[in-house]
Design a protein around this ligand. Structure first.
Ligand code: GLU
Length: 502
């Protein structure tokens, strides 16, 4: 097929009419919070208008690829429910959706741009480094006017390229004038063309740079809104010149401000800031992460301006581009904990048990102790699932504890009172016919009533003896019930012994 026909066919495939957005990660690392937020906004912009959300893998920078990164990205999107309508794994009308599988196409389009006078072959080897996507600051190294290849006769350059001389293809940015582009959050930005470099579009190995591939693919995939990190803002005038060079419509740009660790620093994996996966492993719930991330740089307006809690479905309706902020957002783990605790509280007891059980089992290995009995003690008091194990560290083994624990002002107990209470409670508990919360409770409150003292004076010493801790999830009744008769009695006897020997 000749190239003319090829271009015609490609053009005929471009969908029109509906909103189409794409999430276009490079498999070069883990899914950091900024990435997740970009994916979420990209998804929401499409879904809000019943549009199409596309996944495109940008894998043209083989040197930076990280093994396993692609899978992490897929898993994250899946877990978050950001399901794509077209993508490498499910196909679609404008595939392939993996850039390395589109290799030939970029070559054809780069040459088309040369023909149209907006790009040129460059044979100098001194600039090869710059062809690397990582070299964003290539502009400084390259002096447009002085480059001999820019001035080469196009027919001569084509002949040399066809004869097999290695080359890169560079964009031919006008030497004078200005370029203006529009971003939905940042507004209109105009830059002088002499501040823009003749960036490499096609590398010597025939693969495109990100700077070229994003334009070709966004056009051929019919993308209406390009949503990405603000690090691409500075390059957008060059992208506009490319669209114009091809005679293509320019999409809407939505550049998202960075997510920061503090006022000065962007979040970064290298500095130990958590990725989505890290947060999950630390015990945050996907729903809470997603809710919090949605609000990192977007605020609801109008009637819902005060609303803080949004499910993904609610976000689909509520989200609107005009609420996206251009000021950097600071990631606040405390705020995320607040969301997490709220989501935990909202779960049904069954749902909570399901997510909490693995964490309960990290601390409580005894088969005889049922996580189903422990989970209800935790649900209302737990900010993060990872807080759970340390709260339960007394169930399997009674910890060594300080005799001072028996002294408590509010319960009016000290070592002496406690010893007395334990001695009185022990035979009654031993005599219980059935061991359940109700009988344990009426046994202990019955004792307090008989003695004419407050319940706390009985409950405090028994809880210290049973748990060996000042703070426990649940009270003495629940704890003794969960421990079972034998273990509770054993621990109370141990308490008596400890107090007698003190
Ligand atoms: N592959 C680019 C990145 O991961 C995507 C930028 C874009 O969305 O255009 O940063």
């Amino acid at each position: 097929m000749n190239d003319e026909k090829f271009f015609e066919e490609m053009e005929a495939r471009v969908p029109h009419g509906k909103v189409r957005t794409r999430f276009a990660p490079s498999p070069t690392g883990y899914m950091h919070i900024g990435n997740l937020r970009t994916a979420l906004y990209t998804y929401l912009i499409a879904k809000k208008d019943d549009g199409t959300f596309i996944f495109r893998l940008e894998d043209t920078d083989k040197k930076r690829e990280v093994e396993g990164a692609e899978q992490v990205i897929y898993n994250t999107l899946k877990e978050c429910g950001l399901n794509h309508d077209e993508g490498p794994d499910i196909g679609g009308p404008v595939g392939p959706y993996v850039q390395s599988e589109r290799r030939e196409l970029y070559g054809k389009y780069a040459k088309m741009l040369v023909e149209r006078g907006h790009a040129y072959y460059c044979f100098c080897d001194k600039h090869e480094d710059e062809a690397d996507d990582t070299e964003v600051s290539a502009a400084e190294k390259f002096v447009k006017i002085a480059d001999p290849c820019r001035l080469l006769d196009p027919a001569e350059a084509k002949r040399r390229a066809e004869a097999g001389e290695p080359y890169v293809i560079r964009q031919k940015v006008p030497e004078t004038g200005t370029t203006t582009f529009h971003d939905i959050s940042y507004g209109e930005i105009t830059v002088p063309n002499d501040s823009l470099d003749d960036q490499v579009l096609l590398k010597r190995d025939g693969l495109p740079t990100y700077n070229f591939a994003n334009v070709v693919d966004d056009h051929l995939m019919g993308i209406t809104h390009v949503v990405r990190g603000s690090e691409y803002l500075a390059s957008s005038p060059k992208y506009n010149l490319l669209y114009e060079g091809f005679g293509w419509d320019i999409p809407e740009y939505v550049h998202c401000s960075p997510v920061m660790r503090d006022a000065q620093h962007k979040m970064s994996k290298r500095h130990g800031d958590p990725s989505y996966e890290d947060l999950r492993n630390e015990g945050f719930l996907t729903e809470a992460i997603l809710n919090y991330v949605a609000l990192l740089g977007w605020s609801p307006r109008g009637e819902i301006a005060e609303q803080e809690f949004f499910t993904l479905d609610e976000l689909k309706k509520a989200f609107d581009i005009s609420g996206i902020s251009k000021s950097p957002a600071i990631f606040d783990i405390e705020k995320l904990k607040y969301f997490n605790a709220a989501y935990i509280r909202e779960m049904t007891p069954e749902e909570f048990l399901k997510v909490a059980e693995p964490y309960i089992r990290k601390a409580v290995k005894k088969e005889s102790i049922s996580p189903a009995k422990i989970a209800p003690l935790l649900q209302q008091r737990c900010e993060m699932l990872s807080d759970i194990p340390e709260k339960l560290d007394f169930f399997d083994e009674l910890p060594e504890y300080d005799i001072e624990f028996y002294t408590n002002k509010k319960s009016k107990t000290n070592a002496e009172v406690s010893l007395d209470m334990l001695n009185k409670a022990l035979p009654r508990l031993e005599a219980l016919e059935s061991w359940d919360e109700e009988s344990i409770k009426s046994c202990l409150t019955g004792l307090a009533e008989e003695l004419g003292c407050k319940n706390a004076m009985v409950m405090w010493p028994v809880r210290i003896a049973a748990a060996g801790k000042l703070v426990t999830p649940g009270g003495v009744v629940e704890i003794c019930d969960i421990l079972g008769r034998e273990e509770s009695i054993r621990r109370i006897k141990k308490g008596i012994e400890k107090l007698e020997n003190a």
